[in-house]
Write a protein that binds this ligand. Sequence first.
Ligand code: TXA
Ligand code: MG
Length: 353
Amino acid sequence: MQTQYWHIHSEQYPDSAAIKEAAAFLRKGKTVAFPTETVYGLGADARSDSAVQRIFDAKGRPPDNPLIVHIADKKQLEQLTPSVSVEAERLIERFWPGPLTLVLPAKPHSVSDKVTAGLATVAVRMPNHPIALALIRASGCPLAAPSANRSGRPSPTAAAHVMDDLQGRIDGVLDGGPCGIGLESTVVECGEHGLTILRPGGISMEQLREVVPEVRLDEALNLHSNSNAVPRSPGMKYAHYAPKGRMIVVAGTSMERVREHIQHELNAAAERGERTGVLAFTEHMNWYEANAVLSYGSMHDPSKATQALYSALREFDAQGIEYIAAEGWPEKGLGLAVMNRLGKAAGGNVIIV
Ligand code: TXA
Ligand code: MG
């Protein structure tokens, strides 16, 4: 399959010829990757079984992992769900368009069963990106769109990442430059018993609680709990975001201990003959000796540092790094989502010193 590549110059959107062509692809049941404010998504008409199946095939995604439906206006929401609770409505008013996905009761037959993986709920989000919104509007379809990576790989924050993973497996890519946030949306289940965060992401728990103070965190997300709670977001149970090298995350309140532990592990890996890498805040980059030292950005600007995470994991792969140590983040604000992704990238190998 040939993958059509469209480069969008920012001044052209939202009504460039490229968007019209990409929208025509989607109406024909083809797959098109597009930028959002979080990560690149791989879109297809959410109502079409065969179009949605192409997403699963291209990614190698397990069929029991449901997809998020992307919409451009609230009219489209009415077609997907019969009811929106008062709390959910408040979150919509405050955070849409934006990096917030709501899991709502599904209207039967409004989207393909492959999108919901047969669940009675549907996940919906309105992305805050002019290209994404223009594409959804031009296609006239609600777009099912998971992150545009091969299943298990770090999410793509640039069109080049999408091409690395999916060139020849999808019909097109709209290149709109790098994504602003670099981390996926926060997924919130709007159930009978209130609101529960199933996946931390671009909107922090603190921000959500300013609007609905009772928002809870799914027990399965607690890094420090001993419970064996099974995540209620099907995607959260899979190994994910993983670089090719083995990875460890080291966190703690004393940066001195974090530093010592990381360097100790890097030395041990180097002695085994492995190529080593470290992912650290800019302020700490000269602390470490490793084959590759990459930066999140400044610890004083965490909202920018989220941008660097996934591309750093891909860069370690490009440099053939076999052992990666990452500095952990304080689990507040966006740090909660970052630690969730780091923990998954490291296969749960998180050490608190
Ligand atoms: O920022 C994002 O959310 C990006 C961009 C492209 O919008 N999309 C994204 O999609 O991260 P994906 O497929 O990589 O992750 C979707 C997550 C998975 O953890 C999935 O299990 C969960 O949402 N999900 C989808 N539908 C669900 C449902 N009905 N109930 C519970 N979890 C659901
Ligand atoms: Mg994903």
